[in-house]
Design a protein around this ligand. Structure first.
Ligand code: UDX
Length: 431
């Protein structure tokens, strides 16, 4: 029997919304994406993704040409035919760290105001929301219409730089549902996905997302802490962590030490957990420590520079990789930001380069001079910090630094260079 195809509305066309919408369109569903940002919608309509993501452009153009994906700023057009409404708006951190639910509130209000009489879509929350938000914040807004609308929570675990791949082929599906009818419809909708499916209540599904990000961020903080200690003990953290990960209970992924984690999720979600725990009168000792570890970790890169260069005033430092990691143009919470700010505050000149994230970075730290290539960034530099794990940096070797830099001092903040190929270079890495 052919799988029923659905009309899908995506509310919020950021990286999660666009990748999710395209993944559904590729499965044959009819997808309309809504965003309140006119520029973003126009850009999507022109086939120009508003952010960098590998292969996104081609797939977006195919989707637009076939008509399986459309973009609008008009909420009525997005939801009028919808069988499923996936809410993918952001839940940024407020200044006090607590989750800002204003976008999600607005999305719920817009949906309920625009939904035609008689339509009964399932509203599926993909946005990361603190446990209890769907029941406590979203449901009252939807119920105010007098209609009993069905709600579900289906957290998204995609990584930037692999957004489409992760959306299409997830590790697992978490379906937070309240009734068997919604569960059945969602199971059918996701029938093509081959992975374990866990059905829970709404709150549990919300908590699983925080639980995952908190675990992964803690693992990275552990790797960083361990690497710092390895440096104290004068042992190579690669070998130590390789040995640690041979324990059948410890997976080697997310154990790469460096200058710390950034991005739109780990810092924000941990801050939200910490703030929520405080509000509940149960402060989280562990997650507070993870955030503190991460806030300080980038300084290791500067300490290593200082060990080699002494005084940093007047020195020219090349900063390679401005995004929070390779494969994305996202600079949110990028460790390049505090690194650059500290170097500038110490009177150093900073020359930055990134394959795609220069524009966004420039808006945040305008005093960093930008170079058009790795070579131009390294030219006449007294030292270099490698901050993001871009593929094009991995292939750099000794002579790339020796031939261009004033003094070939390299601090590898992501442990991606091959030490044996760093001939002629003063090569330092964290760990
Ligand atoms: C993360 C989660 O992986 C994803 O499931 C969730 O949906 C969103 O948050 P993302 O922010 O795209 O995804 O980046 P990720 O690849 O997880 O890396 C996060 C940060 O940790 C980056 O700054 C990265 O450089 C750093 N990291 C990661 C390490 O420092 N070491 C590691 O071993 C892994």
């Amino acid at each position: 029997m052919p799988r029923p195809l659905s009309n899908v509305a995506i509310i919020g066309m950021g990286p999660v919304g666009l990748a999710t919408g395209l993944a559904f369109a590729l499965e044959g569903h009819d997808v309309v994406g809504l965003d309140t940002d006119t520029k973003r919608v126009e850009s999507i309509r022109r086939g120009q993704p508003p952010f960098y993501e590998p292969a996104l452009k081609e797939i977006l153009r195919d989707g637009l040409e076939s008509g399986s994906l459309r973009a609008t700023t008009h909420v009525g057009k997005a939801v009028e035919q919808a069988d499923f409404i996936f809410v993918c708006v952001g839940t940024p951190a407020r200044p006090d760290g607590y989750m800002d639910d204003s976008f999600i509130r607005r999305a719920a209000t817009d949906i309920v105001n625009a939904l035609p009489e008689g339509r009964r879509p399932i509203t599926v929350i993909k946005s990361t929301v603190l446990p209890g938000t769907t029941e406590g914040v979203i449901r009252p807004i939807l119920n105010a219409s007098g209609r009993a609308l069905s709600l579900a929570v289906n957290p998204e675990f995609l990584r930037e730089g692999r957004a489409l791949e992760d959306s299409r082929y997830p590790d697992r599906l978490i379906l937070g549902v309240e009734d068997e009818a919604a569960a059945k419809r969602l199971r059918q909708f996701y029938a093509h996905v081959r992975c374990p499916v866990l059905e829970t209540d709404l709150r549990t599904a919300e908590a699983i997302k925080y639980g995952t990000n908190a675990f992964l961020a803690t693992k990275v903080a552990y790797a960083n802490e361990m690497a710092n200690l390895c440096q104290v003990f004068r042992v190579d953290s690669d070998r130590v962590l390789e040995g640690v990960a041979l324990d059948a209970r410890i997976d080697p992924k997310f154990l790469v030490p460096g200058v710390g984690f950034g991005g739109s999720c780990f810092p924000k979600d941990l801050k939200a957990l910490v703030a929520a725990a405080k509000v509940e009168g149960k402060p989280s000792v562990l997650f507070e420590a993870v955030l503190r570890q991460n806030d300080a970790q980038y300084r290791r890169a500067i300490e290593l520079l200082r060990e080699e260069l002494g005084e940093l005033r007047g020195k020219r430092i090349a900063l390679l990789g401005l995004a929070f990691k390779g494969g994305t143009d996202d600079v949110r919470e990028s460790r390049a930001i505090p690194i650059a700010k500290d170097l500038l505050a110490e009177g150093a000149e900073v020359v930055g380069y990134d394959p795609v994230a220069m524009e966004g970075f420039h808006q945040l730290v305008p005093d960093v001079r930008l170079a058009k290539s790795v070579r131009a960034a390294l030219a006449e530099a007294d030292a270099c910090i490698l901050q993001a794990d871009w593929k094009e940096f991995e292939d750099l070797e000794g002579r790339d630094f020796v031939l261009t830099m004033r003094t070939p001092i390299v601090v590898d903040g992501r442990r991606i260079l091959t030490p044996a190929r760093m001939i002629g270079v003063t090569y330092r890495r964290i760990g």
